[in-house]
Design a protein around this ligand. Sequence first.
Ligand SMILES: [Zn+2]
Length: 250
Amino acid sequence: MRNYRVLLQRWRRLVRKLPFLQLRYFGEASGYPLMLIESRHHREGARSLYVSAGIHGDEPAPVEGLIQWAEETLPSLKGWNFQIFPCLNPWGLERNLRFDEEGRDLNRCYNSRKVPQIVEQIRAMKGRKFDLALMLHEDYDARGFYLYEIASERPYWGDELRDELSEKMAFDPRRVIEGRSANKGVIRRSITPKLLTELKGHPEAFRLHFHHAKRTYTFETPSEDFLVNRVGIHKVFIRLAMGRLASVAH
Ligand SMILES: [Zn+2]
């Protein structure tokens, strides 16, 4: 779980069996190669999905949930377009540390040109459009799962996703989460130019929202719950969000 080399091997083994996908290295951080799994050919008009995990190294369940989901589900998704970033902070993952080796919160660096791996990731994503972008996280203060939703298309999906997920895990009941008002585990942010200038660093979700994705979800699980539950609910979340996309006219 915390061994990046083993994680790489699992992804490599999976992609080898799926000729419609390729694994490539888009950069390097603290001596670790950064991997990206994507469709070998971009299919015009196909549904497209972005998923990332492990940008915070002390959040292991999303990394494990994503590879397990991929092992179980990716073989049946030949017709989709993908970009999957399985672990954006391997140095942190192996040390159980949120930040990277330079002490940076990478999820506040998406407007910085000074962080090589972010520059390289943005280059790897150039020109890509996604129907759906999922960013998988964990939170030590959470009392249940919660999600941030940024969508340029209506209807919103957050409340229904929350209801479906609630069958497996309780949502975080707090009215204020990370300083934002939350409604039964759903935080909907309107991102204004003012907010952008106030924030010192931009998270990955903002980059996706402004440049790539119609719908952006940041999903958070409570770090204090059992690992097996957290891994499980990340898989369920990816499945439910994709199921919703698969069911809408395209
Ligand atoms: Zn996080």
